[in-house]
Design a protein around this ligand. Structure first.
Ligand code: AKG
Ligand code: FE2
Length: 190
């Protein structure tokens, strides 16, 4: 797995964080659209956190993080098409697909993004597949009074993996887009 350094923004001061890896193309454009349809057909619901309702639409399989209760609980098993895409995506990074027990499907409609966060500590490594419009994932890590920052392109049909410092020390976010984007993220349990 080679890191595609040209995908990193030229203005970013920081080197790519340790623990971030990017795949090559795993999904061709015609299949990209088919996967987006399959995601939509699962019955997505607006992300909710306390009184906030996000603009992004989500559905979890395997395990579900309950933002109200603050823990994880079993969710419906992954359908076959999702287990197939997990096989392809996770094995591209040399990992065992069976270890990635959670899948989160997201559709970002125009105007929807995801704010600065680290994924919940109940989860371990994260592998994400991007579909639809290209986007930029921003990364930041506290450094003195400010932040060290970097970013990379989320190319449709390509995947990223967050482990080590990229997973545990850096926060990530995606700016709202004008065209829809879908993602499938797989997580191990911590
Ligand atoms: O859409 C993505 O690729 C990232 C989603 C994300 O950061 C999350 O669900 O924690
Ligand atoms: Fe995340």
């Amino acid at each position: 797995m080679t890191l595609q350094l040209d995908l990193f923004g030229a203005d970013d001061a920081a080197a790519p964080p340790a623990g971030l890896s990017l795949s090559g193309r795993l999904v061709e454009p015609d299949e990209d659209a088919r996967l987006a349809d399959l995601i939509d057909a699962t019955g997505l619901s607006p992300f909710r956190f306390q009184q906030w309702t996000g603009k992004r639409m989500t559905r979890s399989f395997g395990w579900h993080y309950d933002f109200e209760g603050g823990g994880i609980a079993h969710a419906e098993p992954m359908p076959d098409w999702l287990a197939d895409i997990r096989q392809r995506t996770v094995s591209a990074f040399g990992d065992d697909p069976a270890h990635y027990e959670q899948a989160l499907l997201i559709r970002y409609d125009p105007g929807a993004g995801i704010g600065w966060h680290r994924d919940r500590p109940q989860f371990g490594r994260v592998i994400g597949l991007s579909l639809g419009t290209p986007a930029t994932m921003r990364l930041r890590k506290r450094s003195g009074a400010g932040f060290e920052r970097t970013s990379f392109e989320l190319e449709p049909g390509h995947a990223y993996r967050l482990d080590g410092p990229a997973r545990r020390e850096w926060e990530h976010s995606i700016v709202p887009l004008e065209q829809p984007r879908w993602s499938i993220t797989f997580r191990t349990l911590a």
